[in-house]
Design a protein around this ligand. Structure first.
Ligand SMILES: [Zn+2]
Length: 150
């Protein structure tokens, strides 16, 4: 039997992959990686649909943000030059950490303005890194929104 009240939240996660190149001080030659981004949103079940939200719609919402980085040299992504201190760091150091922040910064305001996602929040974004053709990621970074501004 269900407990009365609404003391729960369900997390829904959709995943997108892209490949892109970068160089970092510890590995200065430009090289490729396979990346994966998991977007997690949280909310309650809509009794009219039996779903927190339509997963396909959710997936389609996030897809263009990931596509923007696909097959790119991450040091040349124009969006990383935007007026946000950490996003600018992304252009210089495109790591799982900075990319997770970038996706949060880029998607949260738009997600929050979508009427179809009312009542839902982006609760977590995870960026995973793998060597090309090596399907298992070897590391990842997770960001949770606290009080995002700009
Ligand atoms: Zn690398």
């Amino acid at each position: 039997m269900l407990v009365h009240g609404n003391a729960y939240e369900i997390d829904i996660t959709v995943s997108h992959q892209f490949n892109a190149s970068h160089s970092l001080p510890m590995r200065p030659e430009l090289h490729h990686h396979d990346w994966e981004v998991e977007f997690t949103i949280s909310g309650k079940i809509n009794p009219l649909t039996g779903m927190v939200c339509d997963m396909l719609e959710l997936s389609e919402f996030f897809q263009p943000y990931v596509e923007k980085l696909n097959r790119q040299n991450l040091h040349e992504v124009d969006d990383f030059a935007q007026d946000n201190e950490l996003v600018k760091v992304t252009k210089r150091f495109p790591t799982c950490d900075t990319l997770a922040h970038y996706f949060m910064w880029r998607t949260v305001p738009n997600f929050n303005h979508e009427p179809r996602f009312r009542g839902l929040t982006i609760s977590k974004i995870m960026v995973k890194i793998a060597e090309p053709d090596d399907h298992e990621p070897w590391g990842w970074a997770t960001i949770r929104p606290t009080n995002l501004t700009s």
